[in-house]
Design a protein around this ligand. Structure first.
Ligand code: FES
Ligand SMILES: [Fe+2]
Length: 442
């Protein structure tokens, strides 16, 4: 791959060795989203999810801190919790009855007398805990790597954009209506790269859906002067400044009215006029490596890798906690009609990613390059927008930013000190360093 030239190898979407390296070099090292704080408000509240392919339990402790530990029994490896979420006093393994408290400590087991003195030191056989847990304005992240930079540094300048959705009004956000899971036979990166910057597909792929949702009206035109790609450390937000694109696509007039009369004025006070216009615009975003959201549409999602050619998509509706119930319901209905599993837009995307993944695998096809050069000359210094900025929403800039970070991590060999700074415009000159040969010099 050569991101300065603007092309990628197709191997990264199906190769098993590359996938294994992604699990080690990216998912076992980066900060990964595991929960929203409001999903587990009380002691004993838990949910289960995955960090890479490692199953984990995210659990609120008695002191209200949050612990994350591996959902795998140290006896034979069974999951100690099969449930998606709930409240527990302990987790007891189904297989031989080993029991763990909500901090993951081994408390005891079925027929404990079968162990002779010296067979087991219970204090050493708890559930493996992650290295660090931290949260950013309600979003809880965890990492297996004790050497990872702080979450604040990891998010870097991207926080300016992330605040558009997690800090646009008093009281913060919540995920409502439960989690929807679906399996898509596609590589996980196709979901992330689509949301990080692919405004280009929207007016074409989603043309019929847009017309069906909006009385025959087509996708709003993109103003290529007043729209941008912004990326920092592989995270990215692509946006316009027109204020109403995604809110219009949600197709709920009451939400549009609430946004125009209540939310946007408050947002302008809190985050500034500029970000109040970014929020509702045609926009999409991803947090590296595998979280995405649409600010004005309010879908929030994570792409869990399940092998190189399959992903599990988990989606939620994100709203401000202080919104009236009626508006929360309207938003939920709108999200289901657009980005629910049967939504007008969700189905269009999945079919495309499935076929991208499958066709890239052909033994002859895989040797061909993929084009990621759109807008490569449109980089600019913007006085107001943090991160690395490109003009024009129809652009591959954020996708290049995402894969640059991906490549940095895949090549850094385990040390964060070897991972280049990709946080902002401060970076000058060539956008990628020259990489040595080997598996990942694709
Ligand atoms: S595998 Fe969990 S108790 Fe045996
Ligand atoms: Fe799409």
């Amino acid at each position: 791959m050569d991101l300065d030239e603007g092309w990628l190898s197709r191997r990264i979407f199906h190769d098993q060795d590359i996938y294994e390296a992604e699990m080690r070099n990216i998912f076992a090292r980066c900060w990964l989203f595991v929960a929203h704080e409001t999903q587990i408000p009380n002691p004993g509240d838990f949910l289960t999810t995955y960090m890479g392919e490692d199953a984990v339990i995210v659990c609120r402790q008695k002191d209200l801190s949050i612990k994350v530990f591996v959902n795998s029994c140290p006896h034979r490896g069974n999951k100690v919790c099969y449930a998606d979420a709930g409240n527990a006093r302990r987790f007891v393994c189904n297989y031989h009855g080993w029991g763990f408290d909500t901090a993951g400590k081994l408390q005891g087991m079925h027929e404990e007398y079968c162990y002779d003195p010296g067979d087991i030191d219970k204090s050493k056989w708890g559930l493996k805990e992650v290295a660090k847990v931290d949260s950013y304005k309600g979003l809880v992240f965890a990492t297996f790597d004790p050497a990872v930079p702080s979450l604040a540094d990891y998010l870097g300048d991207y926080r300016w954009y992330l605040d558009c959705i997690v800090d646009n009004d008093e009281g913060g956000t919540e995920l409502i209506g439960g989690c929807i899971k679906s399996i898509i036979p596609a590589n996980w990166k196709f979901g992330v790269e689509n949301f990080v910057g692919d405004a280009y597909h929207a007016g074409w792929t989603h043309d019929s859906g847009t017309r069906a949702m909006n009385d025959g009206n087509p996708f709003p035109p993109i103003d290529m002067v007043n729209s941008f790609h912004a990326s920092a450390n592989g995270h990215g937000h692509e946006f316009g400044l027109e204020g109403v694109g995604d809110i219009f696509l949600l197709g709920r007039p009451k939400v549009m009215e609430y946004y125009n009369s209540v939310l946007r004025p408050r947002m302008a006070k809190r985050l500034g006029e500029r970000r109040s216009m970014i929020f509702g615009s045609v926009a999409s975003a991803s947090i590296f490596p595998n979280v995405s959201y649409l600010p004005g549409i309010s879908t929030f999602r994570t792409w869990l890798p399940k092998g190189p050619m399959q992903l599990e998509l988990r989606t939620w509706v994100i709203v401000n906690r202080n919104m009236p119930d009626e508006i929360k319901e309207e938003i939920t209905t709108g999200v289901m009609q657009t980005f629910g599993p049967g939504g007008a837009f969700e189905m269009d995307d999945g079919e495309n990613w499935e076929n991208c993944t499958l066709s890239n695998r052909g033994v002859v096809t895989r040797e061909e390059k993929l084009h990621y050069r759109c807008g490569i000359g449109r980089k600019l210094d913007h006085p107001e927008f943090p991160g690395t900025i490109y003009r024009g929403q129809y652009n591959d800039a954020n996708q290049r930013g995402f894969y640059r970070r991906w490549q940095d991590l895949m090549n850094a060999g385990g040390a964060w000190s070897e991972v280049p700074d990709r946080n902002s415009n401060r970076l000058r000159g060539r956008e990628t360093r020259d990489l040595p040969g080997g598996l990942l010099n694709l």
